[in-house]
Design a protein around this ligand. Structure first.
Ligand SMILES: Cc1cc2nc3c(=O)[nH]c(=O)nc-3n(C[C@H](O)[C@H](O)[C@H](O)COP(=O)(O)O)c2cc1C
Length: 324
């Protein structure tokens, strides 16, 4: 019996996994947990909460990722998010960017598990929705097993049951966020050992899972696999995973997915959303297939133009050379 695709999650990715992207990815993966981009608690509490929290009903199961370190704000943002019906709320303890460090949240908080635990408890007291944590395996010179253990134990004592672990450390100074996703080496074994040490926890592994074989290997050891860049750059990978886990289940073709996006696009355009805000997430749909370049190029050249509508996607399909 192969593992269920519900053990798959799509990673939170700023500027990428917005509601349009998630609607699109859901067509490729009926079961994966989809994470929002990180939203700061302050933005929700003091800003336009509806703008940050709304999503399409089709996106379930969906997790909101929150950034922050102020328990009261994290709790208030959680209470507001709970009303929107999210399936999980996740605390960002993995993002290394400067902006995030200055606000005292993200990966630097791995050194302050007490603060994360206070946030966790304040948040969980507002709702029954599971509150989870996404972290790295370490930060800077704290690249040791004990550091990760102390972090996890403090959160477990506060009641946390699910951890998503990006299997590399974050270097808080000297590397850009992008470099922090490639330069520190992946260490899956450390995440696997974490699961063995805390078998009662739900452990989801993240980082560099770009092939079905990687996901299979990971699911032998831990409870779930979170996929980031591969799901964005080659979204059909999610459909291939679905097919791999359940060969009997039909998955839509790439063309079916385009077809299914058209009414969604029409509805969004009627609400004033520009086509490009949606179509930009679909550029990788044909990645690796004949015609992928023509698809990308047609959309890139036409979707931003004034008055561009869903017909651009149909034209883009037609612009692809016919495959014999
Ligand atoms: C464009 C981009 C934006 C990201 N934004 C976030 C974020 O908001 N919150 C977060 O926890 N991780 C963020 N990440 C990190 C991913 O969630 C993930 O941990 C990382 O990309 C490693 O997984 P992958 O190798 O499967 O891509 C981002 C990654 C990318 C590429």
């Amino acid at each position: 019996m192969k593992e269920s695709p519900n053990k798959i999650a799509v990673a939170p990715m700023m500027d990428w996994t917005d509601r349009h992207c998630r609607f699109f990815l859901r067509l490729l993966s009926p079961g994966a947990m989809l994470y929002t981009e990180m939203v700061t608690a302050a933005a929700i509490v003091h800003g336009d909460a509806d703008r940050f929290l709304r999503y399409n009903a089709e996106e379930h199961p969906i997790a909101l990722q929150l950034g922050g370190s102020e328990p009261e704000w994290m709790a208030q943002a959680t209470a507001m998010a709970a009303k929107f019906g999210y399936d999980e709320i996740n605390i960002n303890v993995g993002c290394p960017s400067d902006r995030v460090q200055s606000g005292q949240f993200g990966a630097c908080l791995m050194a302050r598990p007490d603060i994360v635990a206070d946030c966790f408890q304040a948040m969980q007291s507002e709702t029954d929705i599971p509150i989870t944590v996404k972290s790295r395996i370490g930060i800077d010179d704290r690249d040791d097993e004990e550091f990760l253990r102390t972090f996890v134990t403090t959160l477990v004592d506060a009641g946390c049951k699910k951890f998503i672990v990006h299997a590399r450390i974050a270097i808080l100074e000297g590397l850009s966020p992008k470099e922090n996703r490639t330069v520190p080496p992946l260490d899956y074994e450390r995440v696997y050992r974490l699961k063995r040490d805390f078998p009662e926890l739900e452990i989801v592994i993240n980082g560099g899972l770009t092939q079905i074989g990687h996901v299979d290997a990971a699911l032998q050891q831990v409870d779930g696999a979170m996929i980031g860049r591969q799901a964005y750059h080659q979204p059909y990978f999610l459909a291939e995973l679905e097919r791999h886990f359940d060969a009997a289940k039909g998955v839509p073709s790439r063309e079916d997915v385009v077809e299914q996006m058209l009414p969604y696009i029409d509805r969004q355009l009627a609400n004033g959303v520009p086509l490009n805000s949606i179509s930009r997430h679909m550029l990788g749909l044909f990645a690796g297939q004949p015609g992928a370049r023509a698809w990308r190029r047609y959309i890139s050249e036409h979707a931003h133009r004034e008055g561009a509508g869903s017909e651009i996607l149909v034209n883009a399909l037609n612009a692809m050379p016919a495959v014999a």
